[in-house]
Design a protein around this ligand. Structure first.
Ligand code: C2E
Ligand code: MG
Ligand code: MG
Ligand code: MG
Length: 284
């Protein structure tokens, strides 16, 4: 992780840092190239309404397999893209691609909705709302088909601008989810002003839900908060039946995780939806 260095401070590089700096520079340049060559792709993870089991949408997640065939985690390259500014272009590509795929799925499933992760720098662009509007128009989609996932840390900074942007996005019919909720530092009065639609409980709390008392209490607190502030709550990273049952008891609205489905390429998603919705109708 690069440290921000103030004026007059000295940075001492050790061997490990130089090596990692070199690696980062070369990784960034292959990332740029692969973005231009359309070698990045998206996978989609289903999100369901927990009580009914109904499919409510999917989250788009970016994937990069570099030229040597190595899969690089988005946690690594998104941060690199964020620091270098490449995220603005990359984020726009993700948005357009996700909406293109969403439009295709809408031909079969008319109410289909896709969630797209938005990075801090991307969200802070002055023309961000215009960019989103244009991407929707390009596919002839209404805002109702799009959910934007913004991390807690981003939504809590730049107060005035953020509230304005959230309002403008909501006017387009777009919903907003606060991603990784519970890992940042929310101001509760500010959270209320944002009128986000959904809080996503960070996976780390879902992980501990059934194994530690504090994990349980945190999840419970986030759920109460969401209910009081009129927001839906989605639990991410559900991996076990025990977690699912606990979330059902706690009245959690929605969830996603390996237990329900892994992120998939568009074709696999199409098939998954087919099978899943058939099962759903049989169960009702
Ligand atoms: P996130 O937005 O919180 O996404 C959830 C992550 O949890 C994804 O990791 C997903 O594959 C993983 N996950 C889902 N269910 C489970 C589960 O049951 N167990 C476990 N262990 N993991 C689960 P992924 O795809 O590696 O993405 C990591 C992070 O990278 C994302 O966290 C997001 O912050 C960022 N990211 C991914 N795609 C994009 C993108 O297109 N744009 C931006 N700006 N960030 C992205
Ligand atoms: Mg997300
Ligand atoms: Mg998340
Ligand atoms: Mg997360």
């Amino acid at each position: 992780r690069a440290k921000k260095v103030g004026i007059g401070q000295t940075v001492v590089f050790n061997d490990a840092m130089i090596c990692s700096l070199r690696e980062r520079v070369s990784m960034l340049s292959s990332l740029k190239q692969d973005l231009d060559r359309h070698r990045l792709y998206l996978v989609y993870q289903p999100q369901i309404h927990l009580q009914s089991g109904q499919l409510i949408g999917v989250e788009a997640l970016i994937r990069w397999v570099d030229e040597s065939g190595q899969m690089i985690s988005p946690v690594v390259f998104i941060e690199l893209a964020e620091q270098s500014g490449l995220i603005v272009k990359l984020g726009e590509w993700v948005l357009r691609r996700a909406l293109y795929d969403c439009a295709e799925l809408c031909r079969v499933h008319p109410g289909f909705r896709v969630g797209v992760n938005v990075s801090p720098l991307q969200f802070q662009q002055a023309d961000f709302v215009a960019q989103v509007k244009a991407a929707l128009a390009e596919q002839g989609l209404e805002g109702q088909h799009l959910d934007l996932e913004i991390t807690e840390s981003v939504s809590m900074s730049y107060a005035e601008e953020t509230v304005e942007k959230f309002n403008a996005l909501r006017e387009l019919g777009i919903t907003i989810s606060i991603d990784d909720f519970g890992t940042g530092f929310s101001s509760l009065s500010y959270l209320e002003k944002l009128h986000a639609d959904c809080l996503k409980i960070d996976r780390s709390f879902v992980d501990k839900l059934t194994t530690s008392a504090s994990g349980y209490r945190i999840a419970q607190t986030i759920l109460t908060l969401g209910q009081r502030l009129n927001m839906r709550v989605l639990a991410e990273g559900i991996e076990t039946d025990a977690q699912l049952n606990e979330l059902l008891k706690l009245n959690c609205d929605a969830g996603q995780g390996y237990l329900i489905a892994r992120p998939m390429k568009l074709d696999a998603l199409n098939e998954w939806i087919q099978v899943y919705t058939e099962q759903q109708t049989l169960n009702v």
